[in-house]
Write a protein that binds this ligand. Structure first.
Ligand code: G3I
Length: 374
């Protein structure tokens, strides 16, 4: 080999090593130029009793969502009692780590105490009284974190699968304009906060049409809505990547950014149609829990491929996708271990039960350095 050829080889080797050294090893670096990558965090991560989980969040993610600590029943359990202890710690965690902090959520049919809808005698409350409670809750909670929580899920899951409005107690007592009012009050309480409508199964065209109609109603009332949160509780075989792509583009065409707010991919046998309805509860059966002893390698690879193809969709639409948040940190944390069947062993996230990155993590983190086909 000539000296010249040797020098060229050394230069090529050095360049490859430099590229390898530059390849991002964290989700937040890999997607830094495109969108926030977030995780929903639980009480153990917020308080640090799960130090390993908290460290993964700090190292890998640049946005957090509160899995439970800002829900009405936790933060406002009784009429004049607000309990902000954990929520304060949640916000401090995000600030310490310079994160985009999400508030979840202000108005939902679930995890809201019965007293909210009742008078002192346990009878249904009037429309005006219910709206006043919603107003006061929003001003108290959003006001407390004004300028510190950047993005609020104002109304959560207000739609039925056919796109009509869910007949929740909010709807039955207050009528449909509780939704516009909630957005208006959240905006008044913190004019700089990004306000979101958040729901699951927006991949279903009928439900998506309902969401778009809702967004237009809020816009027509001249009330700000910045983002639609498509939760993304998905499966290996549903939705198709084309359907996910249509979901993102059609929602964005309504004039909002799209955030994937609760992404996870359920690998376990389905016991009901695609849904994330928290009230569902199916009897346990070993046949419904096939990977209790571990996930087979082919399923790990299938999950990795599935995650990569979904993130490729989000990357292609990074002009309108503002954030992708995983609903949990490691598989051990996921709500899918206990829903819709209690006590299953689920594998829906990017980190395994020991907090180690899975093949799905590797596939997602390396994706932005590969070509993403238009
Ligand atoms: O806080 C109580 C605790 O005091 C009690 O000892 C324990 C015993 O069951 O329950 C605890 O409450 C649980 C709560 O999570 C906090 O851990 C509830 O039973 C349980 O139902 C609740 O589940 C949460 C669910 O929402 C309902 O709020 C899941 O963790 C959470 O992941 C899930 O998140 C929802 C989103 O908010 C909206 N979209 C769907 C998504 C998945 O269901």
């Amino acid at each position: 080999m000539t000296i010249r050829r040797f020098a060229v080889l050394v230069a090529i080797l050095a360049a490859s090593l430099a590229i390898a050294a530059q390849a991002p090893t964290t989700l937040k670096d890999a997607y830094g130029g495109s969108f926030y990558v977030g995780a929903a965090i639980n009480t153990a991560q917020i308080t640090g009793s799960d130090a390993r989980g908290a460290a993964i969040v700090a190292a890998q993610f640049n946005s957090i969502s509160p899995e439970n600590v800002l829900k009405w029943e936790q933060v406002h359990p009784q009429p004049s009692v607000y309990t902000f202890d954990l929520a304060d710690k949640y916000v401090e965690f995000g600030e310490k780590n310079h994160m985009f902090i999400v508030g979840h959520n202000l108005c939902w049919h679930a995890q809201t105490p019965d007293w909210v809808f009742q008078d002192a005698d346990g009878k249904p409350i009037t429309r005006d009284a219910l709206l006043k409670r919603l107003h006061d809750h929003i001003f108290t909670v959003v006001g407390r974190y004004k300028g510190r929580i950047q993005s609020w899920d104002v109304v959560n899951e207000a739609l039925n699968e056919d796109g009509t409005l869910r007949h929740s107690k909010w709807f039955e007592i207050a009528g449909e304009d509780y939704i516009v009012k909630a957005f208006q009050w959240a905006h008044e309480a913190d004019p700089s906060a990004q306000l979101n409508y958040n729901d699951y199964n927006l991949e279903n065209p009928e439900k998506r049409r309902g969401a778009i109609a809702l967004i237009k109603k809020i816009q027509a009332a001249d009330v700000p809505i910045a983002v639609v949160g498509s939760q993304g509780h998905l499966h290996l075989d549903w939705p198709s990547t084309d359907a996910e792509e249509a979901t993102v583009t059609e929602l964005a065409a309504a004039g909002v950014k799209v955030a994937i707010t609760e992404l996870d991919i359920d690998l376990l046998p389905r016991v009901a149609p695609n849904t994330a309805d928290v009230s569902l509860n199916v009897k346990a059966d070993p046949k419904l829990n096939p990977y209790a002893a571990g996930l087979p390698a082919d399923m790990q690879q299938a999950l990795a491929k599935r995650y990569a193809s979904l993130f490729a969709v989000y990357l292609r639409h990074r002009d309108v996708v503002s954030r992708v948040t995983l609903w949990g940190v490691s598989d051990a944390d996921s709500w899918l271990n206990d829903w819709p069947v209690v006590g299953r062993t689920s594998y829906p996230l990017l980190f395994d039960r020991a907090g180690k990155p899975k093949p799905a993590f590797d596939a997602v983190v390396k994706l932005p350095t590969q070509a993403v086909k238009p």
